[in-house]
Write a protein that binds this ligand. Structure first.
Ligand code: IPE
Ligand code: IPE
Ligand code: MG
Length: 239
């Protein structure tokens, strides 16, 4: 496949595991298990396609409101993912970064997350951003707190704040904004994902459930992206 413009940053809301399972007469847990497999394939595909940053929404702040049994399964699958994939990611020159709050996650999982970040910190290939225990409003509030603290410490003046500086206080500090947002399962909402960073992203609301999403679906989105005209408020398309 020849593509003129490869997006620098693709963000995905991996949604529909539960509904996929229900429609196949399976338990939701099986949907999540398949979902993790698709995530692993999409990470590989994004790397092969030359995408620089891939952000996957894996667990939201609001997902804690799900029944305890479901949360436990999700955490168990996440833990297995960390164990199984750590070596492969590190060996494939992929740099892993987690965004979200640290609270509520078990110390056991947190230490594996930190270890994977450290292990891959010097890698120079695909940057894989995993949003776990993530909420965009919480991220913006955390940034506001950090900014206020720097003002109070006297290191920054209020009038110096601009978009660039504020972006630097977000969890996504130093990453480019997503060019593309994909949400599977047909839902057309953001569910508290990257509210600041998605200002000028191209949106793809994809009908398939996440466990059905393959490399071909990603390339289809990338192909369609070639035809989108991004104007960023101007009058001429610019890429
Ligand atoms: C996405 O699938 C996975 C997570 C949110 C963790 P869902 O579990 O939301 O599946 P549906 O939306 O209920 O089908
Ligand atoms: C968004 O999906 C969160 C993740 C994919 C991790 P949800 O399934 O939680 O979103 P809502 O509840 O349908 O808005
Ligand atoms: Mg859902």
């Amino acid at each position: 496949m020849k593509l003129k413009t490869i997006p620098r940053h693709v963000a995905i809301i991996m949604d529909g595991n539960g509904r996929w399972a229900a429609e196949h007469g399976l338990l939701r847990a099986e949907g999540h298990r398949q979902g993790v497999k698709r995530a692993e394939e999409v990470i590989k595909a994004a790397d092969e396609l030359g995408i620089k940053v891939l952000t996957l929404f894996a667990f939201s702040n609001e997902n804690w409101t799900r029944p305890g049994a479901e949360v436990s399964i999700l955490m168990k699958l996440f833990n297995n993912f960390l164990e199984r994939q750590a070596g492969r990611l590190a060996g494939s020159n992929i740099k892993v970064r987690f965004i979200g709050r640290n609270d509520r996650l078990s110390g056991y999982i947190l230490s594996k997350m930190r270890a994977l970040e450290e292990k891959t910190a010097r890698n120079t290939g695909l940057v894989l951003v995993l949003a776990v225990n993530y909420g965009a409003r919480q991220e913006i509030m955390d940034a506001a707190r950090l900014f206020a603290a720097s003002v109070m410490a006297g290191s920054i003046r209020i009038e110096d704040l601009d978009e660039r500086m504020f972006s630097g206080y977000l969890y996504t500090e130093s990453l480019p904004d997503p060019d593309i947002l994909i949400r599977t399962s047909g839902e057309m909402r953001l569910s508290n994902f990257l509210l600041w960073q998605l200002s000028y992203a191209e949106f793809y609301f994809y009908r398939k459930y996440w466990p059905e999403f393959k490399k071909e679906d990603l390339t289809r989105v990338l192909r369609d992206f070639q035809k989108r005209q991004r104007r960023f408020g101007g009058i001429r398309p610019s890429k």
